[in-house]
Design a protein around this ligand. Structure first.
Ligand SMILES: [Zn+2]
Length: 443
């Protein structure tokens, strides 16, 4: 192993700026900017990954390197980021940095998009979406923007929905350019048009693109109109910058998905509850695309996505998992049977502008952040809806005692582990300032 492009050899020792040395033990992968090697930190048993740059691919090496040094010094915004840990000394005219090795259980988003990997459950997929939003929230709060997002940057465990975000060497503070021209597909239209440098509003657009790719499986702006034989720079500027149109825009139908070409979008878009489709319609409206208006903030996405996770239910006919609406019948995507929930839980307070209703359907779960206003935990199940012929109930899996009031005014308490049998008009006080009512659906 000796690379001509980087002149790094196996067993070569590279000095880090903190004085340690590493020994190159193998190659992990190669990207547009450089090669990633496996290295051993000398004097320890630690293995790390080392990215080594093709210097000719970097516009302004001096400022690129100083930005990287700043990011090393500041440290990672969250554990989700595979953040640069130490820079190397310049060796043979190039340099690099070391970072954690990504475990094999994480697969690139690009593999999911090509159907080479698929999620083991709906809840793993929604958990991955939540993890990505939380990571972006921390990144934006620290004033960073991600300038070279691509679908290889996101690595996801298909069983748990755990996420690692790599390519963090192109993260820069708002208002700076990284010297790397990222892919137009993930950039906000105003950045593609050259109207602005990346900022938190443009980051929010990129986040919506990633979420759409993850949940719906195609790019939101790629449909019939953008289906050109060759995506030249001129077309890129047009379809992602100057004249972008969402494939499911409510007014403009010029860029709808093409059968055979955008199969995922055609199959998956109808499977989502109305509140998720509306969130994407708003994210990619002409107001958003042309005037940067109306984009969702991270906390709104978190509440929408945890609500989406709560709407995952089991089909009464075939047992398959799907996303159920609260107030209307939803067709099971597997057996096509229509199921209408007998009613739904309607929470009294909106959360970050998001109304929360949960269908009474077998398998629906409530998460800690839904039942406790102070909680940021979108994964711990705090309640589960149980449905049996002729009756339904809610199992308390939280740490709080609930107070349940029947329509006649009778009140009972339900401790953790107990099941409350419910009916129309029952009110539940979950403690922690959160209350809900059971509303019946007309049949
Ligand atoms: Zn079914």
């Amino acid at each position: 192993m000796a690379d001509i492009q980087t002149s790094i050899r196996k067993n070569q020792k590279i000095k880090l700026l903190n004085g340690q040395t590493v020994t190159v033990t193998g190659k992990i992968g190669e990207g547009g900017q450089g090669i990633v090697y496996r290295v051993k930190v000398d004097g320890t048993n630690e293995e790390k990954a080392m990215k080594w740059y093709f210097m000719y691919k970097i516009n302004d090496p001096k400022s690129f390197c100083s930005n990287l040094a700043d990011n090393v010094a500041t440290g990672s915004p969250s554990e989700t980021f595979v953040w640069p840990e130490q820079l190397t000394e310049v060796t043979n005219g190039s340099f690099g940095y070391i970072m954690e090795i990504i475990p094999d259980r994480y697969k690139a988003l690009s593999k999911y998009l090509q159907a080479r990997v698929s999620f083991k459950s709906c809840s793993a997929m929604v958990t991955a979406a939540i993890n990505i939003v939380e990571a972006f929230q921390q990144l934006i709060n620290k004033g960073y923007s991600f300038q070279d997002i691509n679908d290889g940057s996101f690595k996801i465990d298909p069983t748990t929905g755990d996420v690692l975000i790599c390519d963090c060497d192109n993260v820069v503070s708002f208002g700076k350019a990284s010297g790397i021209s990222g892919k137009a597909r993930y950039k906000a239209p105003e950045v593609v048009r050259g109207d602005t440098l990346p900022n938190k509003v443009t980051d929010r657009y990129s986040l919506a693109v990633i979420l759409f790719l993850l949940l719906v499986g195609n790019h939101p702006l790629e449909g019939a109109r953008s289906n050109v034989p060759c995506m030249t720079g001129k077309y890129e500027r047009r379809f992602y910058g100057q004249e972008p149109v969402f494939m499911f825009d409510e007014q403009l139908d010029v860029n709808r998905p093409v059968p055979g070409l955008h199969r995922n979008a055609i199959a998956l878009w109808p499977c989502y509850p109305d509140f998720i489709r509306k969130a994407f319609i708003r994210s990619f409206s002409q107001d958003s695309l042309l005037r940067s208006e109306g984009r969702l903030i991270e906390q709104e996405w978190l509440m929408l996505l945890v609500r989406l996770k709560s709407c995952i239910v089991r089909c009464m006919n075939c047992g398959c998992e799907y996303f159920a609406e609260s107030t209307i019948a939803t067709a099971c995507p597997d057996c096509m049977a229509y199921n209408t929930p007998p009613g739904y839980l309607r929470f009294d307070k909106k959360r970050t502008n998001v109304e929360i209703t949960i269908p009474i359907a077998d398998g629906a779960k409530l998460y800690e952040a839904e039942l406790d206003e102070r909680s940021k935990d979108y994964n711990t199940v705090s309640a589960e809806i149980l449905v049996k012929p002729g009756k339904y109930g809610l199992k308390n899996l939280s740490k709080s005692v609930w107070e349940i009031t029947a329509p006649g005014g009778k009140t009972v308490k339900k401790a953790p582990g107990e099941v409350a049998v419910l009916g129309t008009g029952f009110r539940i006080d979950f403690g922690n300032g959160v209350t809900a009512e059971i509303v019946a659906n007309s049949r």
